[in-house]
Every structure is written in C-alpha cells, then in structure tokens.
Design a protein around this ligand. Structure first.
Ligand code: ADP
Length: 497
C-alpha cells in the first residue's frame, strides 16, 4: 500500500502511477516525439501524482498512420466478425477483472468518490459485452428495385466500418467515455486513435494495457495523450481520420465541426446540457427528493445529464427545497479515495474557479444559496453541494452549464406550461419527470425536447438505450443499435441479373 495524501493506493496502482504515462502507437508504448510531458494532478490536494506524454501534431500523424495501416491491411482487416466480437468481449472481461485498479486511478485522477468509481468498471464492461454481440449481427437488407421487373435486379445493403476513428473524450467518466466510443467502433471493425482528457489521462493508459492483453492487434487502438488545443485539435482536423466521436463541451464541439470541414469527416457529438428535472405536486416526494439531489450531486455534478434546473410545483416547493438542501448538507465531502467520501473535489483548479465564478455571479444577481454556496475546506478543489433559489430565467446560473454541484430550484404554477419553460434552453440532452399521474408523465415526456426523459428515476443508463442530444446537446446517438451504426456506413450494391 502506498499513501497518497490521507488515503492508500493498492501496490499495483501505486507502481502504475509511478511510471510515466506514455502514448500507445502501433502496439508500442512511446513518449511524445518532442519528449515533453504534462503534470497529472490529484484534485483533492492539487499535488502532481504522475506525468503524461504531451503530444503534438506529429504524434497524432504517427497514430493515424498506424490506425490506417491496421484498417487497410493486417490481422484486423482480415478478422472474422466472430473473432472481433470475442476480442471486444474479452476487453470487457479484463476491465471487470481490473475494476478496482481502474476505480482507484479514476478516483485519484478526477477526484470522484471511490464508491462511485467502482461502479464504472462494471458499466464499462457491460458496454464491451453488449457491443461485442453486434459484431456478428450487422445485417443488411435485400431491397426490391421499385420500377424494375421482378428478378431483373438484386439490390442489397452491407454495413461497413467507417475507417479510422478519432475518439476525443472528457474527464468526468474517463473509462466509460472512452468505452462508449471504443466498444462500438471496434465491434464494427474500425480502428481508433483515442485522445483522453488531459485532466484525467490515467485510466486510458491502463485501458491500453487491457486492450493489448485482450488481443487487440497493434495499431487498431492508438492512444495519444495531450492538451485539447494541440493533440485534440490535430486529431479533429486530420485528413486521415474518417470520423470523430467527441464527448465534451458544446463550445469545443463547435470547434470540432470546424476542424472536420477539411476532409468532411463524419462527426458524432455528445455535448453539454442544462437538464430540467420536474417535480409535480402529486409526486411521491419520498423518492423525488433524494432523486432530485442525486440527479445533481452525483459525480460532483460533473455529468452532462445533471438535473441542474429543478422545477417544482408551487404547492410542494418549500418541502422539496428543504429536502434537497438537507440532502446537500448531509453529503460527506472528502477526497475521492477516502472510502467514506460521497462527493469529491471538482476535477481541476480551472474547473473549481469556473464553478466558484458561477456561484459569485449568482449571488451578485440575487440568487440565494439555501445550502452550500462556497468552497469546501482549504485544500484541494472542493465545492460545497449548493442549492440556489430566488433565481430568474435570465441568470447565468439558470442558463449556462456549470458542470459542478449546483442546482437552481425554480417554482412553477401551471403544470400545462412547464414543458415550455423547461425547453427554454439551447440544450436538449436529458430531463426528469416526477409524478404519480401516468397520463401527465407521458404528456410531459412527449413535450420535452431532449434525447432522454426519465420518469420517477434519473440517470438510468444502459448500453442498449440510445443516448444523445436534441438541439445544441449534440449530433447522433450512442448505445443501442443506433450506437453501433454510428460506426458503420451503408453500402448499397445493385446487381443486374
Ligand atoms: P470539458 O468541458 O468537459 O473539459 P472539453 O470540451 O474542454 O470538455 O474537453 C473534452 C475533450 O476535448 C478533452 O479530451 C479535451 O482535451 C478535448 N479538447 C479540448 N479542446 C479541443 C479542441 N480545440 N479540439 C479538439 N479537442 C479538444
């Protein structure tokens, strides 16, 4: 055991972080060509715990070239779908076997409570297993040519891989976000260049080890660490990349679109949110109140689907505000590796400053914090779980994605009007509805402009359930059948008989 602040890492994890985090290119672990690296910090203390390769455009070039070779020739290009599926399944098995190592690395790196990080390994494993099954089920169709005589033509479709995929992922669920790109991309036969987030690169390095152990051939997955504006931008703009799968902020998503223009690569985007969570007066408040608290405070609020605008029908407003505020105050805020932690620090000093900036802006504009509202403690980047009331629709804290543990609670009078208020946002990723009235639940779900609506639950995900954004929350869907087809392209073949 090795001591990291006031918590312990298992021996394999301690020795893992003691080594430099390298790029994985063509099956080899290599430094950035410049020899440069960047510090990886523990957000609970601000201390440097590791260093990672700081890649530039030249490293991205090498990785894309390796991915191209692996796609066009070599074992991956010749592999049967069944064998590909077996490898993807094996990745899931190995991720699950090493889930504790992944959890400790994630907790150290992005700050999240170890109890939550432990769930991520199983969730990631489930994605690999689910997508492994699709490898042998990418069936096309036989389609009649409408104007032709029967038998004159045979027309059919096949689903082919897109080619070289650039996967650019964020730091909030590093393993899972890499997995939602890698698992379908590999199952469909693509090759990948993965750019992990610079704020939390450690688990991707462990994933690289797992991929090699699972039998993923050299060059099929390449990992290039680096800063978004350098390595990320180079990958998004690279003419040898056929598709970019990106998860991150809406602002960077727009930069990805610009960068993709050169070769018109395909683009899939999972972006930000400011998701409405609506509690009707007839809801079961015993579940709605803890549900609303969990919807915003899970993972320090660093969740793209966080229920950050909580709308509560006036009749139960005080009760819900009191309940959510009490829940906020009772959350144990502590370093993620402390087994008692229920909320860790936000990921970085920059993110910490951003969240506190929003809290100050809210206060200046007249919002009132009925719980939290400040920094927690004096060391590390902890923010108090915060509940804001007395907000108005124009306030920054109501309109912009904070990506921290901050919820605005807003009363409403007319259940018939609430969907329009909830839709008053540029985002459309997710929404929650709490009611005992089944007709009202379906009516509201139908009126909400969002890619997923949860009724009497929140943040319920599965690898089979399509996920993605309306409006400025993104392009395309991950997971499920739509998710595998995001990494295929359809070819139609027409034969004159
Ligand atoms: P967040 O708001 O979650 O930090 P970002 O959108 O900044 O999300 O980052 C998500 C991912 O996008 C990270 O891997 C980051 O390095 C990368 N990234 C940031 N800026 C760019 C850019 N200009 N081009 C490509 N990738 C970028």
């Amino acid at each position: 055991m090795s001591v990291m602040g006031d918590v312990s890492l298992s021996a394999p994890v301690a020795s893992f972080v003691a080594r430099p985090v390298l790029n994985l290119i063509d099956g080899e672990w290599v430094e950035a060509l410049s020899g440069e690296s960047f510090p990886v910090r523990n957000p609970a203390t601000g201390e440097q715990v590791a260093s990672a390769a700081r890649s530039g455009a030249e490293d991205v070039d090498r990785a894309v070239a390796a991915a191209r070779r692996a796609f066009e020739s070599g074992p991956w290009a010749r592999m049967s779908p069944a064998e590909r599926g077996r490898i993807v399944w094996r990745i899931g098995e190995l991720v699950e076997e090493r889930a504790e190592e992944f959890a400790q690395l994630e907790s150290l790196d992005n700050g999240r409570p170890i109890s939550q990080a432990r769930q991520e390994g199983s969730a990631a494993a489930a994605h690999y297993r689910y997508m492994a099954g699709w490898a042998t089920k990418l069936e096309g169709a036989t389609i009649p040519v409408g104007w032709a005589e029967p038998g004159q033509y045979l027309a059919y479709t096949v689903h082919e891989p897109v080619g070289v995929v650039g996967a650019i992922v964020p730091w909030n669920f590093p393993l899972l976000m890499a997995t939602t790109k890698l698992s379908p991309a590999l199952a469909a036969g693509n090759t990948v260049v993965l750019k992990p987030a610079e704020q939390a690169p450690l688990s991707a390095a462990l994933l690289g080890e797992v991929l090699l152990e699972a039998g993923v051939p050299a060059g099929v997955v390449n990992i290039v660490h680096g800063i978004g504006a350098d390595a990320g931008a180079a990958l998004a703009a690279h003419p040898g990349v056929d598709k970019v799968g990106f998860t991150g902020s809406t602002e960077v998503g727009k930069l990805i679109i610009d960068a993709a223009k050169g070769n018109l690569k395909k683009v899939a985007l999972e972006l930000g949110g400011k998701s409405p969570n609506i509690v009707f007066a007839d809801a079961d408040l015993q579940t709605a109140i803890p549900g609303a608290a969990e919807a915003i405070f899970y993972n320090q609020g660093e969740v793209c689907t966080a229920g950050s605008r909580l709308f509560v029908e006036k009749r139960v407003f005080d009760e819900v505000v009191d309940g959510v505020a009490a829940a906020a105050r009772s959350i144990k805020v502590a370093p993620g590796l402390d087994p008692a932690s229920e909320m860790g620090p936000v990921v970085s000093e920059e993110q910490f400053a951003r969240v506190l900036g929003y809290l100050q802006a809210g206060e200046q504009e007249g919002a009132e914090a009925v719980a939290g509202g400040r920094r927690h403690g004096e060391q590390g980047w902890f923010v108090e779980p915060t509940v804001l009331v007395n907000t108005t629709p124009e306030m920054q804290v109501v309109r912009e994605e904070i990506f921290g543990p901050v919820v605005t609670v807003i009363p409403f009078d007319d259940p018939g009007e609430i969907a329009a208020t909830a839709n008053d946002t540029r985002y459309g990723l997710a929404a929650g509805v709490w009611t005992r009235d089944i007709a009202k639940a379906h009516r509201t779900a139908a009126s909400i402009k969002a890619g997923i609506v949860w009724v009497n639950t929140y943040n319920t995900f599965d690898s089979a359930l399509p996920f993605g954004g309306y409006k400025q929350s993104g392009w395309g869907r991950e997971n499920g059948e739509a998710g595998i087809h995001a990494y295929t392209q359809t070819k139609t073949i027409v034969v004159h008989t």
